[in-house]
Write a protein that binds this ligand. Structure first.
Ligand code: ZN
Length: 292
């Protein structure tokens, strides 16, 4: 997304407009990655300015020693973490509950919640803003995987994630299938809203035991997870704010939600009132007629 200059305050050349009270979900982080990459890859970092090192974890001093002078080779995403790779190592970024990244012209006034800047040889600045400071900026040495990234399940859009994989991992698991699907050790990226919607699309009752779901139904479920997340990324890649529903499904039209946030309203497929319940301390929604 490109900004325009308004008044005397220079507008960012790229930013991801977001509602700060809503936690960035997986598709939004991928949208952020796609938006940032063209402004970062191939650029050299000339300086790292840290105004507030106390984020969720303190920003390690090693970043200030290692990052300046490095060229950015790639911007990757793993689960909801962004990895900015250089020859010296990788910066690991998380947006926490309320974080956002913008690419700004030099000398853009600094706000109260603007915690760090990366100055780039393009003249622009990568700036991190986070009122609640639950985000992080950490360091991953070359050839190592950061502890936060170990034990994560596959990416949902990868070939490693399919029905056979889910069926295998569900063996002997009596946990509700919705909680199973939201377990980051099983698959990353399936938040509460996406889990509810994917289970509806696959016709699976959210409270069904994970090991009681057949391979054929897991194949359907994996396909629906991929379709729903890919769609959210596509939407998020246009104008996120316009598509952000009050229930916080980034990239989704509210009218595209089949069950989430629709308690008591008629099912869009069969007309049965949508039911709500609590599973694993999270509110969930399903149609008792369409989902078994
Ligand atoms: Zn229904």
């Amino acid at each position: 997304m490109r900004g325009e200059t308004c008044g005397t305050i220079p507008a960012p050349i790229w930013w991801c407009q977001r509602v700060e009270s809503i936690m960035p979900e997986w598709p939004e982080v991928e949208t952020t990655r796609r938006g940032l990459a063209p402004h970062l890859v191939g650029r050299r970092i000339t300086a790292l300015a840290v105004r507030q090192p106390r984020l969720r974890w303190p920003i390690p001093a090693i970043l200030r020693r290692r990052l300046p002078g490095q060229r950015i080779d790639a911007v990757e995403r793993r689960a909801k973490y962004l990895l900015v790779h250089t020859a010296a190592g990788s910066a690991l970024l998380h947006l926490g509950m309320s974080g956002s990244l913008r690419v700004l012209p030099p000398r853009t006034p600094i706000g109260a919640h603007d915690h760090y800047d990366w100055r780039l040889d393009s003249g622009f600045v990568l700036r991190y803003t986070d009122p609640r400071r639950f985000g992080c900026l950490l360091w991953q040495p070359v050839g190592r995987t950061h502890a936060l990234l170990t034990g994560l399940g596959p990416e949902p859009l990868s070939a490693d994630f399919d029905g056979a994989y889910l069926k295998r991992r569900a063996h002997g698991r009596r946990v509700a299938v919705k909680n199973f699907l939201m377990d980051q050790g099983i698959v990353v990226g399936v938040g509460n809203i996406y889990a509810a919607e994917a289970l509806f699309a696959a016709g699976i009752h959210p409270a069904r035991a994970a090991d009681a779901v057949s391979l054929a139904r897991y194949e359907r479920l994996a396909d629906e997870v991929k379709r729903i997340l890919a769609h959210a990324i596509e939407r998020g890649g246009t104008t996120l704010r316009d598509f952000l529903s009050p229930d916080g499904a980034p990239g989704y039209f509210e009218q595209e939600l089949f069950v989430y946030g629709r308690a008591g309203e008629p099912c869009r497929v069969c007309g049965t009132p949508i039911r709500t319940s609590v599973l694993g301390q999270r509110s969930t929604f399903h149609c008792a007629a369409c989902q078994r």
